[in-house]
Ligand binder design. Structure first.
Ligand code: ZN
Length: 318
């Protein structure tokens, strides 16, 4: 069976088609030991620049029409409406991205393709990908945190993606300023939030150079780890994840991982008593196991779950 996935971003739309075997539907469910068939293979993908919605959506629809997909999943830039009882369910909501505010993502693809369409935030999609097939496989609760142009946090708790009143916006948690930081922050809403202080553009603006040119500057990454670790410690305290997956452009600076882990332990200060935090933190705060694909594979998984949900008989449901 073919399932489509879209990683819908503000600069590009990654569209992919995956071949999914029946057993793959069971991935992520409670399973017997040794029963770990992957069952999913990405057959094709394209990347379309995010222009005006009319043209961009038409191009995406034309791509998927070439394949016999049975369902589609979308991990979407936000904010989005995830409330199935809402009239604007499946829409992007108040984005400043020209033309995209209140764009009906789910309805557009459902109408054009006549198939079930799963929908969630881009970071929740990536969290789902890592929980199903990646570094957080088998976890009942896990986080996917991306630190790049923006900061986003996907939250999977007690076997499902967290939505709530709107959806979590962990990228904007408020942080204590580093005593030596005089940078004003980049977020138009908050003076001292995670995205405003620790995103890629914040690093560049604070230090006056591209992040990759700052690789040798220890003070840059010490300050960065100070902020990332505060946020991660807060998320650990709030969500009690079994795995914390950290990624995004900034986390490609490999030396950040040990710095963040050490600082998280220091900040938690022995309060969260668990071997994963106290002894095995290298195995607790990790990069994704799906490389650059957690978002697109997570989108495919969203499509699979929606296919499953909309069938009267649910042979794959666990
Ligand atoms: Zn903010």
């Amino acid at each position: 069976m073919l399932i489509g996935g879209i990683e819908a971003g503000g600069t590009k739309m990654v569209c992919a088609v995956a071949e999914v075997r029946a057993e793959a539907f069971l991935e992520g469910c409670q399973k017997e030991e040794g029963e770990n068939a992957e069952g999913v293979r990405l057959l094709d993908r394209i990347s379309i620049p995010t222009g005006q919605p009319e043209e961009t959506l038409a191009e995406m629809i034309a791509y998927f029409k070439k394949w016999e997909i049975q369902a589609l999943g979308i991990g979407c830039f936000g904010p989005v409406d995830l409330n199935r009882r809402s009239e604007t369910y499946g829409h992007i909501t108040s984005t400043p991205k020209p033309g995209w505010a209140y764009c009906d993502m789910v309805g557009t693809f459902e109408k054009a393709l006549g198939i079930p369409v799963g929908f969630d935030t881009d970071v929740n999609g990536a969290a789902l990908g890592e929980v199903t097939w990646g570094a957080a496989k088998g976890c009942g609760s896990a986080l996917y945190i991306t630190i790049g142009t923006g900061v986003g946090v996907g939250v999977y708790v007690n076997g499902g993606l967290l939505h709530g009143l709107v959806h979590p916006e962990g990228g904007h948690v408020l942080l204590a300023r580093h005593p030596k930081d005089t940078y004003k922050g980049r977020c138009p809403f908050h003076e001292n939030c995670m995205e405003g202080l620790a995103s890629g553009p914040a690093v560049e603006e604070r230090w006056g150079d591209k992040a990759y040119n700052l690789a040798d500057r220890q003070e840059v990454w010490e300050m960065e780890a100070y902020y990332i670790a505060q946020a991660v410690a807060d998320y650990i305290l709030c969500y009690s994840p079994e795995k914390v997956v950290l990624w995004g452009g900034i986390m490609h600076v490999e030396r950040l991982f040990p710095m963040v882990r050490g600082k998280v332990q220091e900040l938690l200060n022995g309060y969260v008593r668990h071997p994963m935090v106290e002894e095995r933190i290298d195995d607790y705060i990790v990069p994704p196991a799906l490389g650059e694909d957690p978002g697109i594979l997570g989108a495919v998984r969203l499509g699979m779950l929606e296919y499953d949900r909309t069938r009267s008989e649910r042979p794959w449901h666990c």
